[in-house]
Ligand binder design. Structure first.
Ligand SMILES: N[C@@H](CCC(=O)N[C@@H](CS)C(=O)NCC(=O)O)C(=O)O
Length: 158
């Protein structure tokens, strides 16, 4: 990893709960063809949202814990616009923005339960409430996390 100039804090594989019920032939095919890597941060509600979705759908993935004060080269390369977690990498393609990732997951892996309802009106309602919760709650938590990081930064460096 060092030779590649890649800074990873933690990399580990996560196996969703209940995956043992997935046939082993399907699992091994998924492992080869559909490699999934999630760049996240333990306290990020946006990362947690994607982790929940992957677990809910039973998708095995590799997890890369990012240090948001010292972001990995890969994170910056995968999400050059926002430079934020979460980023999902599937078959080498990077997808950023948690809501976009959730829709990608739902559209790509058809097996298992759907994240969004099949009915278009109910889907619109689900999108409305997820945006509402994001604006009202998650953005607030995220701001607190950034604030906490900044306070830490000030305490350490002042
Ligand atoms: N709209 C984005 C928000 C992601 C976000 O704000 N992530 C935060 C962690 S909670 C982050 O990576 N912050 C790093 C930074 O601002 O430099 C999403 O839904 O994925």
């Amino acid at each position: 990893m060092e030779n590649l100039g890649i800074k990873f804090k933690t990399i580990y594989k996560k196996t969703p709960i209940g995956l043992s019920s997935t046939p082993s032939s399907i699992m091994s095919k998924m492992a080869e063809k559909d490699k999934v890597i999630l760049h996240g941060m333990w306290a990020s509600p946006y990362s947690k949202r994607v982790e929940l979705a992957l677990n809910f759908k039973g998708i095995p993935y590799e997890y890369v814990e990012e240090d948001l004060r010292n972001k990995s080269e890969l994170l910056l390369q995968y999400n050059p616009v926002h430079k934020k977690v979460p980023v999902l990498v599937h078959n080498g393609n990077a997808i950023a923005e948690s809501i976009v990732i959730l829709e990608y997951i739902d559209e790509t892996w058809k097996h298992g339960p759907n994240l969004l309802p099949a009915d278009s009106y109910r889907r619109a309602q689900a999108r409305f409430w997820s945006t509402f919760i994001q604006d009202q709650v998650i953005n607030y938590i995220s701001a607190c996390i950034s604030c906490f990081h900044n306070v830490n930064f000030v305490l350490v460096y002042v």
